[in-house]
Design a protein around this ligand. Structure first.
Ligand code: ADE
Ligand code: ZN
Length: 335
């Protein structure tokens, strides 16, 4: 059980969030408000009915509802409102810095211009209350040609995002499919990440590293199935952006008590805790920390390690990183 002191520590400690899909922060209440504002008809009669549909059996069953929820986003103000709500919520959990995924293809496929998407999200990020940067994700169930076209479309807004990622249905869409678009992004000086080893095997993590040259692995929890891969990830200090509540809701693990977060840390892996799609999976950053610390043998030393890992793995300059890490050390010095 989580004692009150440890709960306060994990809730109050400064932290970075490195794995949050902004469309996954769209709460049912905001979905309904935007549907009304934009004259969009939803397949669910009420907020409660929509929330009740959030019973997933795997990644795909979630993605179907997640893309339907995003259909209410039409105007720049909608993207702004969604992002502003997330940043405010993250700040309340003592998130100091967030690196936010967005899925432009989910919107451009519906006729929403790329600039509407990025301008709304970016404008909210400029206004705080926390530090934030953007990572543009390609949908891996679509073709590499479509990803390349999306990267081209994004070029006029190159200064508004720091990197690219790869998300959506993992199995059947291996990293190799996106080799050329990631090489192009690398040449443009973009930072590279990819979802790998969520539902996919350790081979997906290996090819994300070898073929895509990613600098962080999103999820990566299945790495433990390959001792050689674990050794490599430790040696390369490769961060894993782990999302505990997501893993339970999408049945990657049966219950939180069987999640491998503690084992990942014990093996010396640079694991971090993140919320993934907090509106769909039962909570934001602190809910993820609390759920993991309640169910697993994790103490204040693990909390400190996770907070440090989050800033060490962030795409921040050395000065900013040092300042955030000093804030973590000061916090734990006093606790
Ligand atoms: N898109 C939003 N959340 C995702 C996840 N957990 N895995 C893959 N694609 C996603
Ligand atoms: Zn994700």
């Amino acid at each position: 059980m989580l004692n009150e002191q440890l709960r306060q520590t994990i809730e109050q400690m400064p932290k970075a969030e490195l794995h949050i899909h902004i469309e996954g922060s769209l709460e049912p209440e905001l979905i309904f408000a935007l549907a009304q504002r934009n004259g969009v008809t939803l397949a669910y009669p009420s907020v409660e009915a929509l929330r009740q549909a959030y019973a997933f059996t795997d990644l795909q069953s979630f993605l179907d509802i997640y893309y339907a929820g995003a259909s209410v986003l039409l105007h720049e103000q909608d993207f702004y409102d969604m992002t502003a709500a997330y940043l405010k919520r993250a700040a309340a959990d003592n998130v100091r810095h967030a690196e936010i995924f967005f899925d432009p293809q989910t919107h451009t496929a519906r006729g929403v211009p790329f600039e509407t998407v990025i301008n709304g999200i970016w404008r909210a990020c400029q206004e705080g209350p926390i530090s934030a940067s953007l990572i543009m994700c390609f949908l891996r169930h679509l073709s590499e040609e479509e990803a390349l076209a999306t990267l081209d479309e994004a070029l006029p807004y190159r200064d508004k995002f720091i990197g690219v990622g790869l998300d959506s249905s993992e199995v059947g869409h291996p990293p190799e499919k996106f080799a050329r678009v990631f090489e192009r992004a690398r040449q443009l000086g973009l930072r590279l990440v990819a979802h790998a080893g969520e539902e996919g095997s350790p081979a997906y993590i290996e090819s994300a590293l070898d073929v895509l040259n990613v600098e962080r692995i999103d999820h990566g929890v299945r790495c433990l199935e390959s001792p050689e891969l674990v050794e490599r990830l430790v040696r390369e200090r490769m961060a894993l952006t782990v999302c505990p509540l997501s893993n339970i809701k999408l049945r990657v693990f049966d219950v939180m008590g069987s999640h491998n977060l503690r084992t990942l840390l014990d093996k010396g892996l640079a694991a971090t805790v993140n919320s993934d799609d907090p509106a769909y999976f039962g909570g934001y950053m602190n809910a993820n920390f609390v759920a993991a610390f309640e169910a697993l043998p994790l103490d204040a030393s693990h909390a400190r390690q996770l907070a440090r890992n989050s800033f060490e793995a962030a795409f921040l300059g050395p000065e900013q990183k040092r300042a955030f890490l000093a804030e973590v050390d000061t916090f734990f010095g006093a606790h």
